[in-house]
Design a protein around this ligand. Sequence first.
Ligand code: CP
Ligand code: NVA
Length: 309
Amino acid sequence: MKHFINLKDIPAKDLRKILIDAKKRKNVRKKLNNLEIDKGAPLKGKLLIQMFEKSSLRTRLSFFLAMSQLAGRALTLRRDELHISEGGESIEDTAKILSNFGDAFMLRTDSDEKLEEFKKYLSIPIINGLSPSSHPTQILSDIFTIEEIKKKPVSKLNISWIGDSNNVLNSLIAASIKFSFKLNIGCPKNFQPNKEILSYIKNSKNKIFICDDPKIAATSADVIFSDKVISMNDKVDKIKKLNDFKRFKINQKLMSFAKNNCIFLHCLPRGTEVDEKVFSSNQSKVWIQALNRVHVQKSILLYCFGKLR
Ligand code: CP
Ligand code: NVA
């Protein structure tokens, strides 16, 4: 049984196997409708239980489609409708029930500790569907999107992140180390990654550079990533933070420092960090990026079920 909690804890060869499988599966689905089942119906009879403690559009839909296409089913729970919420039922008891009724559990949570506690008591795989410290299914899918569009291994590309040091960036940093790609991070000095992440970067000896000049971060980029300045449950002075990030807005001027064929990616939903012109330009690949979540999550599920080909 394999869990999918953080990219940094998953061997690079397994991450690559997931991407290879996703590519093969995507290629043979071109003429199929959303709910048509992949050949071999690999997760026939299996149930994914997914629970959201925070809002989600893409993650919930893509896991639903992923399970459907693999011939399984997905059931979505809301935390506020369970006894674990107001009724005080423990994670241990909840996890035992989830393990008896379901075959895998996907959790979007406001606490990294909760993921670990569920993992301790579950006897089925757990998948992290976003936590305060990471968003691994998103970033693995984004690596897939980059390689699909650029038709090159990500290790041969310059990747830039211009924006907040948040959960999505932490997973991108882990991906940079696992897949050995150059990563330039541009963010205000007081919003740099935390100490734990900085020491992870330092120990990795990978090519990750952090600066507080968005133009330097964008220079020669093949891919520019951004994300909302204010993440869900971000307990900050929002007006002040948005003001601190004003210089980091992705606009056409900033894009001009990157390579001519640079693409723009954003996990969505968006805020004010990207200009409408860039967001709706040909360089922006955000819609294909969102759709690819289905394909990569199918292979993540198969990895967790021990059924990756
Ligand atoms: N990118 C992403 O995870 O979107 P949702 O929050 O809508 O699931
Ligand atoms: N960093 C964002 C990602 C949303 C998908 C958040 O945590 O709100």
